[in-house]
Design a protein around this ligand. Structure first.
Ligand SMILES: NC(=O)c1ccc[n+]([C@@H]2O[C@H](COP(=O)([O-])OP(=O)(O)OC[C@H]3O[C@@H](n4cnc5c(N)ncnc54)[C@H](O)[C@@H]3O)[C@@H](O)[C@H]2O)c1
Ligand SMILES: [Zn+2]
Ligand SMILES: [Zn+2]
Length: 371
C-alpha cells in the first residue's frame, strides 16, 4: 500500500537539498515506520550534496541524526509497538556479525550499504517521481515519516526529549567517543580538539568528562570557541600553531597527549598540523571527512616511527549503539552531558537549505530540523 510523505533529498550531485514528495513502502519484516520528531543537520549530509562523499544512487534522501515515534511496526518485528520512542543510530548493528561480536557495533557488516541507501539485499524502500531513492545511512531522517530497519533503532523512555536526544545518533556518539574511546583520554591529559561543530563540541565534552586537565579547542570562529569554553574547554585558539605552542608550554615541551581532528572538510594539512601538536606516543584521531575519493594523509615518517606516534581513524567514535546510546541518554538526564546548549537554531524541513547555509557561515554548533 505505502504512503506519501515529504523529505529533503539531493537529486543530483553536486547540488543541494530540495524538499520533495516521497513514496514509501509500508514497513516490511524487521522494519519500523517512524514519524520523525527532530533531525540534526550533520556536515556529513552536506558532503553528499557537494559530492565529497559520492553515494550509490541519486536521488539520496538526507539525514542520519534523528529521533521519532514508531507509527507502524512491520510484520515479524518483535519487541516493538506503535508509540515507542526511538533514537536512531547512523550505523545499524545486527548484534551477531564478527564485528558486533568483537564489541565493535560501529563496524557492523550491516554498514556496507549505508552510502547506497538501500537495504542489505539492494532493494529500496522509497521512490521520488517513480524512481528508486536512497536513504542516507538507511534512515533518511530528513523526512516527515521514514521507514527504517529496527537494527538502526534504540528504544528510549517516553520522557526523553527527542528534539534534543536526536543529536546522540551521530554528533554526540561520534564526538564524545572520539575522545573517550579513540583518543582514550584519561585523567590529567592535555587534549586538542580541532574544529568545533556538532562533532567537535562533543569531543570537548568527552575529553572533559574523561578527566582531561587541559581541553584546548581550536576553531577560527569566535562563537564556536565561546561555546566550547562553556562545555568544558579550558582554553581556545583560532589556529593550531598557537594551540600547539600552548600545549607544549603545559607539558614540558612535549605536546598534547592527543589531538582530535573534527574539521568540517578534512584536508591533508589538518592531520599534519594535529600530528605536529602531539607528544611522543601521542594519538591523532581522525574523525572529520573530506573528499573520500581523493583526500590523503601525509605525515613525516621519521616522526611517526621514532616518536612512536599513532594515527587513529574513528567511525561514530567507536560507539556501540546498543550500549552507548542508552548511556548517553542517561548522562543527559543526569546533567552529565549537555545537549540543549549544542542546538544553536531549529528549522522547519522547508528551511533545510538555510540550515546548511548557516552551518557553512559558522553560525551553528548544530542546527536541528524540528518536525
Ligand atoms: N567519522 C565519523 O563517524 C563522522 C561522523 C559524523 C561526522 N563526521 C565528519 O566530521 C566532520 C565535522 O562534522 P560537523 O557536523 O561537526 O561539521 P561542522 O561544519 O559543524 O563543524 C566543523 C568545524 O570545523 C571548523 N574548522 C574548519 N577548518 C578548521 C581548521 N583549519 N582548524 C580548526 N577548525 C576548523 C569550522 O569552523 C567548524 O566549526 C565532518 O567532516 C563530518 O562529515 C564524521
Ligand atoms: Zn553525522
Ligand atoms: Zn553486526
Amino acid at each position: 500500500m505505502g504512503f506519501t510523505t515529504r523529505g529533503a533529498a539531493v537529486l543530483s550531485a553536486p547540488g543541494q537539498y530540495e524538499v520533495v514528495d516521497i513514496e514509501f513502502e509500508d514497513p516490511g519484516p524487521g522494519e519500523l515506520q517512524i514519524k520523525m520528531v527532530a533531525s540534526g543537520m550533520c556536515h556529513s549530509d552536506d558532503h553528499i550534496a557537494t559530492e565529497d562523499i559520492p553515494v550509490g544512487i541519486y536521488p539520496m534522501i538526507g539525514g542520519h541524526e534523528g529521533a521519532g515515534i514508531v507509527e507502524k511496526v512491520g510484520p515479524g518485528t518483535p519487541g516493538w509497538e506503535e508509540g515507542d520512542h526511538v533514537v536512531m543510530s547512523f550505523l545499524p548493528s545486527c548484534g551477531k556479525c564478527e564485528f558486533c561480536a568483537m564489541g565493535m557495533q560501529n563496524l557492523c557488516n550491516l554498514g556496507a550499504t549505508l552510502l547506497v541507501g538501500s537495504r542489505q539485499d539492494g532493494t529500496f524502500r522509497a521512490k521520488i517521481n517513480g524512481q528508486d531513492a536512497g536513504q542516507m545511512c538507511g534512515i533518511s531522517t530528513f523526512c516527515e515519516t521514514t521507514v527504517v530497519s529496527a537494527d538502526s533503532c534504540v528504544k528510549v523512555d517516553k520522557d526523553v526529549p527527542l528534539d534534543k536526544a536526536c543529536l546522540i545518533g551521530c554528533g554526540v556518539g561520534t564526538g564524545f567517543g572520539s575522545a573517550v574511546n579513540s583518543a582514550n583520554v584519561g585523567p590529567g591529559d592535555t587534549v586538542i580538539v580541532m574544529g568545533i561543530g556538532g562533532i567537535g563540541i562533543n569531543a570537548v565534552q568527552g575529553a572533559a568528562t574523561a578527566g582531561a586537565t587541559n581541553v584546548i579547542a581550536v576553531d577560527p570562529v569566535a562563537f564556536k570557541r565561546e561555546v566550547a569554553e562553556s562545555v568544558g574547554a579550558t582554553k581556545s585558539f583560532d589556529n593550531m600553531a598557537d594551540a600547539t605552542e600552548y600545549a607544549q608550554g603545559l607539558t614540558n615541551g612535549q605536546g598534547a597527549d592527543s589531538a582530535i581532528v573534527t574539521v568540517g572538510v578534512l584536508e591533508d594539512h589538518h592531520v599534519a598540523e594535529a600530528f605536529t601538536s602531539i607528544r611522543k606516543a601521542g594519538t591523532v584521531v581522525v574523525t572529520g571527512l573530506g573528499n573520500i575519493a581523493t583526500s590523503t594523509v601525509t605525515v613525516p615518517a621519521g616522526e611517526l616511527t621514532l616518536f612512536q606516534k599513532r594515527i587513529q581513524g574513528s567511525l561514530f567514535g567507536e560507539s556501540a549503539m546498543f550500549r552507548d546510546i542508552p548511556r548517553m541518554v542517561s548522562m543527559y538526564q543526569n546533567g552529565q552531558l549537555k545537549l540543549d546548549e549544542l542546538i544553536t537554531k531549529t528549522y522547519t524541513l522547508d528551511e533545510v537549505t538555510q540550515g546548511y547555509e548557516d552551518m557553512h557561515a559558522g553560525k551553528n554548533i548544530r542546527g536541528v530540523i524540528v518536525y
